[in-house]
Design a binder for this molecule. Structure first.
Ligand SMILES: Cc1cc2nc3c(=O)[nH]c(=O)nc-3n(C[C@H](O)[C@H](O)[C@H](O)COP(=O)(O)OP(=O)(O)OC[C@H]3O[C@@H](n4cnc5c(N)ncnc54)[C@H](O)[C@@H]3O)c2cc1C
Length: 456
């Protein structure tokens, strides 16, 4: 097996990872401050006898959970509104994770709201739950639309539960998920027309309106308006479709002002191909070559419907790109010795990163893991990059008789890994194994950067 000598020390631009953690903390603080403000709004308008009887107490719990749910659903949507400040501070992948985690809380609060409002009314009117539920629908304004919105929220929430999500195609899940916007609108109406904390409280009404209008504006601006303008400005087209091996294809794009997209090595963009069968969803792909002279490239592994059909795209197909996103970039490196670990579709971002690191004067080592030599896409190109040491590690563990990404395997290729910094990208199991091994070899966690190729 090849053993790599430590490369010459290289000068790298140092960017503190603390800054990013600090920004993420600020975003969390802003969200928490919003939550406190909502509790303040509730407290300022709660009647004196809010907990005098069990009926009052149940109604109070129902109202508070409704307000908190109403706020958190806006926060949840804002997190994925592509607001550049959030994206820079936290990163889209982490924002998607926070969005998902908040979703469970929102569902819980919505169910609590409905249950406790019905229980409160039932205790007050001495009626049966179902009778109370029906009477609420008839006696308060906008309750039928609120019910439809709530059912939509529950459907979206359930479809995101791991067990059900795994059975749905990404497209079905995605389009179901989009009904959330309609659900928010439908449930919003009853908050102002029937919500005890809004009907007679003009300050609360104005604040609530601002929250919802602000959220809607952010979505319209950053998810629709600016991406559409950007797509029009860049008018990106497919200019070449290059099969790299049986399952991997590179797509080359050209367009106007591509250099101004601000794409860095390790970034990903959302691609929507304006072609039949591709139009309905945008897919994330990392660049395998950053924009240069008006062209840019991605390298895609065929894993499902969409990625398998990319090879059939016609030259000239228009593409809507949104982004760039992500923090898997060379400026995160703060050590001189850089190990790159790639497998499968991870080779695209790793190839771009290798080029950037070389430009910065580093001499990275790439461990390229594949089950067979035929799976090694872009190999000749990588081997032609001066200063990059490529170590293809081919074969299944059962064939090799050892795990090349285990601690011993990695150590046999690069000794003293505790002094190195690593960028890992590939299938989840492979990436997790490489990270665990590096941790075992006492590489500190802050020097291990990993890009996930999944966001759902
Ligand atoms: C940040 C990031 C960077 C990526 N970079 C690359 C790359 O450079 N090269 C590459 O080959 N692959 C990359 N991927 C993975 C790629 O996006 C998926 O393989 C592709 O979307 C699968 O679509 P499909 O319909 O062919 O497969 P499916 O079988 O429909 O999906 C397989 C899995 O991919 C994910 N997925 C599917 N559609 C989407 C979507 N529209 N948006 C988000 N996730 C989706 C889901 O987790 C799904 O379970 C990247 C993913 C992410 C999150």
């Amino acid at each position: 097996m090849t053993t790599i000598a430590p490369p010459r020390r290289a000068s790298m631009r140092r960017v503190s990872p603390h800054a990013q953690r600090r920004h993420a903390r600020v975003v969390r603080l802003v969200l928490a401050a919003g939550l406190v403000a909502v509790i303040g709004m509730w407290w300022a308008s709660v009647p004196a006898g809010y907990a005098t009887t069990p009926a009052d107490l149940a109604t109070t719990v129902g109202e508070l959970s409704g307000m908190l749910g109403g706020y958190l659903v806006c926060a949840q949507v804002l997190l994925i509104a592509r607001v550049p400040w959030f994206e820079r501070a936290v990163g889209l992948d982490k924002l998607v994770l926070w969005h998902r985690v908040l979703g469970t809380t929102v569902l819980f609060l919505i169910v609590t709201h409905v249950l406790f409002m019905v229980i409160g009314g039932e205790l007050l009117d001495h009626s049966l739950p179902w009778t109370e539920f029906v009477s609420m629908l008839g006696n308060y304004p906008d309750m039928v639309t609120a019910l439809i919105g709530t059912i939509a929220f529950l459907a979206v929430g359930l479809s995101s539960a791991r067990l059900i999500r795994a059975k749905l195609s990404y497209e079905v899940w995605y389009w179901l998920h989009l009904t959330t916007y309609a659900a928010i609108f439908l449930t919003f109406l009853h908050q102002l027309s029937a919500g005890a904390h809004f009907i007679d409280n003009p300050i609360n009404r104005v604040l609530w309106l601002l929250l919802y209008l602000g959220t809607a504006s952010a979505i319209l601006t950053w998810r629709f308006l600016l991406p559409t303008l950007s797509a029009w400005r860049h008018r990106m087209r497919v200019v070449a479709v290059v099969p790299e091996n049986v399952g991997t294809t590179s797509l080359w794009f050209a367009g106007a002002h591509t250099d101004e997209l601000g794409v860095r090595a390790g970034n990903f963009l959302l691609f929507r191909f304006l072609s039949w069968g591709h139009l309905l969803t945008a897919h994330p792909f990392s660049v395998s070559r950053v924009p240069h002279d008006g062209t840019m490239r991605i390298t895609v592994g065929a894993v499902g419907d969409h990625t398998r059909r990319l090879r059939d795209l016609k030259k000239g197909t228009l593409v809507f790109v949104e982004g760039p996103f992500g923090h898997f970039t060379a400026d995160r490196a703060s050590r001189d010795r850089i190990l790159l670990v790639a497998g499968g579709a991870g080779i695209g971002p790793i190839r771009a990163l290798a080029e950037d690191l070389l430009l910065r004067g580093a001499k990275p080592v790439l461990i390229y893991r594949a089950h067979s030599a035929d799976d090694l896409a872009l190999l000749a190109e990588l081997q032609g990059m001066r200063g990059l040491t490529v170590v293809p590690v081919v074969g299944r563990r059962s064939e090799l008789g050892y795990d090349p990404l285990g601690p011993e395997g990695l150590h046999s290729i690069v000794p003293n890994l505790h002094e190195w910094e690593a960028f890992i990208c590939g299938p989840e199991g492979m990436a997790a194994r490489a990270e665990d091994s590096l941790r075992e070899l006492t590489m500190p966690k802050r020097f291990i950067h990993r890009e996930e190729l999944s966001m759902s």
